[in-house]
Write a protein that binds this ligand. Sequence first.
Ligand code: GLN
Length: 240
Amino acid sequence: MQEITILHLFPDLLNLYGDTGNIACLKKRLEWRGYQVKVVRCTVEDNQMDLTHTDIVFIGGGSDREQKIVCSKLLEKKKELTEYVENDGVVLAVCGAYQLLGKYYKLDDETIEGLSILDITTERGETRLIGNVIAQSPLFEQPIVGFENHGGRTIINNHEPLAKIIKGYGNTGDTGYEGVHYKNVFATYIHGPLLPKNPQFCDEILSCALRRKDPNFKGLEKLDDSLENQANEAIIKRFG
Ligand code: GLN
């Protein structure tokens, strides 16, 4: 039986709005299909990560204060993380973590240096962009639904966005796009337990990880997603 390793980076600091629910969802949807799953937590304190045995990296969101603490820790691993991404490693990065994959996050009186894995920059705006989001990704059929709350505006330059905004603000509030999709990196402003109500998004991430691990991977077994789909559709009905 194949074992999949999910690395949860800095769960002690980057875990706003229950971002950890995404790990539970990735894990469960693999286990339902007969895979074994190992979740490795890398805290700010130990900062030990073995990316050679990692199939999926998850990094959640955080406040500006937490981002500042985490930033120097992340920069210590810049080389390893960059190589992992360039080698098609799978990453799901939410909000504060999305910003830190870029070049910088500029606050009023200081600038937090990012990993520069993505050619994107973020600056804090005057207002916070808060609310429900519905966005359509070209990667799968089901619209992504969720919640955003960020002060940063992210310019994605020549990167492909993850999705087109149907409702909500997304990257800047006026470009009409949400997140970035680069190689196997999925970076998004959508917070909290994003994946449970977006099963197609979750499966896209899992498929990328399984394909990278096993070139003979034939696709994921279908699951009964009626409950998950109802949750997704309920949001679209309410806010769409
Ligand atoms: N601190 C960042 C911002 O406000 C990210 C916030 C978050 O992760 N929710 O833009």
